[in-house]
Design a protein around this ligand. Structure first.
Ligand code: CTP
Length: 443
């Protein structure tokens, strides 16, 4: 059932030959039992870091203060960690002295979930003191021992529980879930960077609807309180059948499992609560929510320490998620030019996901419109139409050569030329543009 890669076997056997115990441990054992290919292989050993370093030729002190040494075999690195009895205080501010132990079971006891607390080597077989295999069969995320203790060792584990549920399609054990509900506030101690990693993993998983569990347990209240507001915002309009939060969850589920797209759906309606107005017929409107939402999305993504590229793209999708040009070439060209060619064709996935998470009202028409819009876009791309200033047949230097003064006038003129060409793509030649310029420059 578990087949150790040759190099892992070599490391374990070498440690054993030197009188130590060693096992593959944690995620790799879990993944093997699940029939998944492990991302990496962690090894746990009774040898102290200095002893590990003596046994192998090439090692790197990656996390020596936590007892971790990376053993290099050819170009591949394997983390070998000494048995430990304490969890890290992983808030980054309180590095704690680690205490080593001679007992594998003591090491497994301090791990987060039963499915992550199994060890394996060929000599002993599977060490599964906490019935991790049973919990895999029962599809359960369950803390090792006392859930409260596990979560006070590292509050991020509460998000990890929900993330594993989302990745594996498992339930969270009742005791474990109750402990999260009681301790959710402790997530405040955890760094934004670590929270971000878990949120992203959850979003790109097979079950991003587990966002609902983040909300129900009180975790979003800490890391994404804006989402709680969505869950509390009804939308009384025929276009919708859910509150904004539920619509958001459905929209996230409807889009491809890719970080930018999933984050865009998570945040696309983030400003609906503050934009909500109710007309005299009792119908809700959310005027201006995409532009406001883009600003709020940026604020949230910065707070969660996402990188600039992610922030730029997601805010763009949020800002334009509801742009609906008329289904004609001029309008579509103008829209592509304004949004940016590089956001196409993915933006169609955003449109579709949003619409598929709405009510059935006018569903057919909405989907037909997206198809038409997309067709026109494809035609424009095939024809290689000019969509940006750098595609124009004239550039700033040309304009100066034609006697326009250096300065803002150049930019203004180029913009006018682009507007002209977006309406008349065939006019993107030097001659035609010069002719056109003569119609307004003399003004
Ligand atoms: N672990 C833990 N508590 C944490 C983080 C990790 O107990 N807060 C333990 C678990 O036994 C886990 C192992 O360390 O299996 C390795 O952690 P990590 O590499 O973060 O996770 P994996 O379980 O390997 O899963 P993934 O690679 O999907 O993150």
């Amino acid at each position: 059932m578990i087949v150790l890669p040759e190099k892992v076997k070599y490391i374990i056997e070498t440690l054993e030959e030197n009188g130590y115990e060693a096992y593959a441990v944690g995620g790799c054992v879990r993944d093997c039992i699940l029939g998944r290919t492990p991302m990496d292989w962690d090894i746990t050993t009774s040898a102290l870091p200095e002893q590990v370093k003596k046994v192998f030729h090439r090692t790197i002190d990656t996390g020596i203060e936590h007892g971790t040494v990376t053993v290099m075999l050819q170009k591949e690195g394997f983390e070998v960690t000494t048995y430990r009895v304490d969890g890290d205080y992983e808030d980054g501010r309180h590095p704690k002295e680690v205490t080593f132990t001679a007992s594998l079971i003591e090491d497994l006891k301090r791990r987060d979930f039963t499915i992550n607390a199994m060890a394996y080597n060929e000599r002993v077989g599977l060490v599964d003191e906490f019935d991790g295999r049973g919990d895999i069969e029962r599809k359960l995320i369950k803390c090792v021992g006392n859930a409260k203790e596990r979560f006070s060792e590292d509050a991020l584990r509460m998000m990890r529980a929900v993330r594993f549920a989302a990745q594996l399609g498992f339930e969270i054990d009742e005791d474990t879930k109750n402990a999260i509900k009681n301790m959710a506030d402790g997530l405040r101690r955890v760094s934004a960077e670590r929270i971000q990693v878990e949120l992203t993993k959850l979003l790109v998983s097979d079950h991003p609807e587990e966002l609902r569990t983040l909300y129900e347990t009180g975790l979003t209240k800490v890391m994404l309180p804006e989402f709680d507001l969505l869950m509390e915002t009804e939308q009384n309009t025929p276009h919708h059948c859910y509150n904004v939060g539920e619509h958001t969850i459905h929209a996230v589920c409807k889009i491809r499992a890719e970080k930018i797209l999933r984050l865009s759906m998570l945040l696309h309606d983030i400003s609906k609560p503050e934009c909500r107005t109710t007309d005299c017929d009792g119908r809700d409107h959310f005027k201006g929510h995409p532009a406001k939402g883009a600003k709020k999305a940026e604020e949230i993504l910065r707070r969660l320490k996402y990188d600039n590229d992610t922030i730029k793209k997601v805010t763009r999708y949020v800002k334009y998620h509801d742009d609906k040009p008329n289904a004609d070439k001029i309008s579509v060209r103008r829209t592509i030019s304004r949004i940016g060619e590089e956001y196409y064709p993915d933006i169609f996935e955003v449109f579709l996901a949003d619409r598929l998470a709405q009510s059935e009202y006018k569903r057919k028409e909405k989907l037909k419109y997206v198809e038409e819009y997309k067709k026109i876009y494809e035609e424009i791309m095939r024809e290689n139409d000019c969509l940006k200033i750098s595609d124009l047949a004239l550039n700033g230097n040309d304009l100066m050569g034609l006697g326009i003064q250096k300065g803002p006038k150049i930019g203004e003129t180029l913009k006018k030329l682009l507007d002209y060409v977006l309406e008349n793509p065939k006019k993107n030649t030097r001659e035609e543009l010069v002719d056109y310029m003569n119609t307004f420059l003399g003004e």
